[in-house]
Design a binder for this molecule. Structure first.
Ligand code: AMP
Ligand code: MG
Length: 331
């Protein structure tokens, strides 16, 4: 079965095409464009306009990457949520237009679950992981338990990526600041104490952000501040992930989201996994960030497990919770 998936929850508009091969995911195409605000944060309406302007071009690019035409596609899927309303509506409209024009079935999927399923889909050894999902807007620890994907811990305020980007904006770094902070942190030598807010299984970053800003205003070394931000926030993420692994007795950890590109985060999660005798997995970067291939793959899993949607049921859901998904494709 060949599926075309459309991602558009936030800054990225992506179109992926996948097929299943002995129940694993074969990515045939994964095209994307990313909206970069000239100044400040992401404006939902402007991001959606950007997606609308680029939709046709990205769809064509994915089809040509895969050497396929719409006639070869068996299903169209798209991200129903969670995400920014205008962006979600744009991606959903593109998916509905394709499905209606070419008489293809359509399925809307949960974006967070897609981040986890793509890891299981492309990494053979990865069967039942705890996912540490670290993106711009989202930060969640997700695992399959008693028939559902459950959120074991999450941020109480902003996502880890947003925390990094916001600090970057305060100190005048361009967006996205995460990769630049990673480089600066490599040269940091001195740990500056920052608030470490793990509350039960949840995490908060805004207090740390304020404290980091104060260090900057006091003239502390930017490399030391970046180093301290990474060490503190990543330690909190690893602590919650480890506790979820202990609680669920799972022996695999999977990283996802744009911040998964960070080498220090990878290293810290890997050390924790090794200590527990667990396996550590991280998909290739283009499948960690928001992308259409993961949306296509989850659509495929859902369709094959018998799920069908009428076009009138393909409404978006800005607050589509991970644990609202009926998991019909896992035994
Ligand atoms: P996503 O929302 O999943 O597309 O990921 C985007 C986020 O990942 C942005 O907040 C970036 O700043 C962040 N990011 C990307 N690369 C890195 C990196 N190497 N280190 C830290 N954060 C990163
Ligand atoms: Mg994402």
């Amino acid at each position: 079965m060949i599926v075309l998936g459309i991602e558009g929850t936030a800054h990225t508009f992506g179109v992926g095409i996948v097929e299943d091969e002995n129940s694993y995911c074969n990515v045939l195409a994964n095209a994307m464009v990313t909206y970069m605000p000239e100044k400040g944060g992401i404006h939902p309406r402007e991001a959606a306009n950007y997606h609308a302007e680029h939709a046709a071009e990205v769809i064509s690019k994915a089809l040509s990457q895969s050497n396929l035409s719409m006639n070869d596609i068996d299903l169209v899927s798209f991200s129903r949520g969670p995400g920014l309303g205008p962006c979600l509506r744009t991606a959903a409209t593109a998916a509905r237009a394709l499905a209606a024009t070419y008489s293809k079935p359509i399925i809307g999927v949960n974006h967070c679950v897609a981040h986890l399923e793509i890891g299981r889909g492309v990494i053979r050894e990865c069967e039942d992981p705890v996912l540490l999902y670290t993106s711009g807007a989202n930060t969640q620890v997700i695992a399959f338990a008693e028939g559902k994907y459950r959120v074991f811990g999450e941020t109480l305020d902003i996502g880890i990526g947003n925390c990094l980007d916001k600090f970057g904006r305060i100190v005048g770094l361009p967006f996205p600041s995460g990769p630049i902070i990673e480089k600066l942190a490599l040269k940091g030598k001195r740990y500056l104490p920052l608030p470490y807010s793990v509350k039960g299984m949840d995490i908060a970053f805004s207090g740390l952000l304020t404290a980091a800003e104060q260090y900057y205003r006091k003239g502390e070394d930017i490399e030391d501040i970046c180093y301290s931000i990474q060490e503190t926030t990543f330690a909190a993420l690893v602590e919650v992930t480890e506790r979820a692994m202990a609680h669920t007795e799972k022996r695999e950890v999977l990283l996802g989201g744009g911040v998964a590109a960070n080498k220090r985060l990878r290293e810290m999660v890997e050390i924790m996994a090794k200590d527990r005798g667990a396996d550590f997995f991280v998909p290739p970067k283009e499948l960690c960030v928001d992308n259409g291939a993961m949306i296509a793959w989850l659509g495929l899993l859902m369709y094959k497990s018998g799920i069908r949607m009428k076009i009138e049921d393909t409404t978006i859901d800005q607050r589509f919770r991970t644990d609202m998904v009926e998991v019909t494709w896992r035994g």
